[in-house]
Design a protein around this ligand. Sequence first.
Ligand SMILES: *Cc1c(COP(=O)(O)O)cnc(C)c1O
Ligand code: SF4
Length: 334
Amino acid sequence: MHRTEIDADGHADWRRSLAGALRSARELRRRLRLSDDAASTGDQVAGFPLLVTESLVRRMRPGDPDDPLLLQVLPTAAETESTAGFVADPVGDGAARRAPGLLQKYQGRALLLVSGACAVHCRYCFRRHYPYATDVRGFERLAPALREIAGDRSLREVILSGGDPLTRTDAWLAGLARILADVPHLRTLRVHTRLPVVLPERVTDDLLGWLAGTRLKPVVVLHVNHANELVGDCVDALGRLRRAGVLLLNQAVLLHKINDNVDALADLSERLFEVGVLPYYLHQLDRVAGAAAFDVSEAKGAALVDELRRRLPGYLVPRYVRETPGEPCKSPIG
Ligand SMILES: *Cc1c(COP(=O)(O)O)cnc(C)c1O
Ligand code: SF4
């Protein structure tokens, strides 16, 4: 049975939990009492290994091969099929690169890729083919990116992304937050992360310290696709972020068999609200090679969001968008 290590301050050591994440498809099936069948794959498909935290595995329903959390992380043979229109870099990241680790597509905000590592590998990830190894650096290698940010007075917001930026240590992130807070034209520090949900012990006091401790307005955009993800100790972790003054938003991806029905989407919005998070975006799947099995048509997505609008208050209806290379913002659908 999984045990969480507790350090001298009474905190679970998140690095140990991260290192102990599951990497074996057979072990995952065994834990969920699922038999190996003809469609079972190894631990790695199309060069993208299985990875899922213990905490998330505990929220999956044993015996259910269609569990919406399992489907997000279990490799399938379908990922090796090539499908017309599904490519390595569907969102034009390559063209948006201003410096190593720095992407800018939209006015006023730039994305800093600070880590290539994640705590879960989402099989539909649009950056599954991103060349992190050549683009994610320590501080010294981020220097050109930080110079660009400091020199561009049109920037208001820096978004830490990756991979998952919170796989970096708090000491490293605190250093980065101090550098960014010293750039006078910046106002907002945003973090795009799944860790508070899939590895709740990551929300340490030190994290709250650097995130909410500078003059920059802190925003965390989570990535939750199904209400079943929002149970257990992540609820407390989200409460700690909120009480520290962090604005919590969520982006979900519309995913076949996982959340492509109105009940699942409504439950997700309501559950997010219960735990203090507002729905922000519902993304059309980026057409990355290997992810075609997750695709839902835009017509169906638009109908679902329409239905959602009839059911929920406006603030619980996410903006349904697609990312089109070259556009000045995410494009609304429907
Ligand atoms: C999505 C994205 C953003 C953030 O866009 P918002 O609409 O502000 O949430 C910023 N930069 C890049 C490169 C993005 O892909
Ligand atoms: S970058 Fe985000 S979507 Fe991609 S694997 Fe990591 S956590 Fe999942």
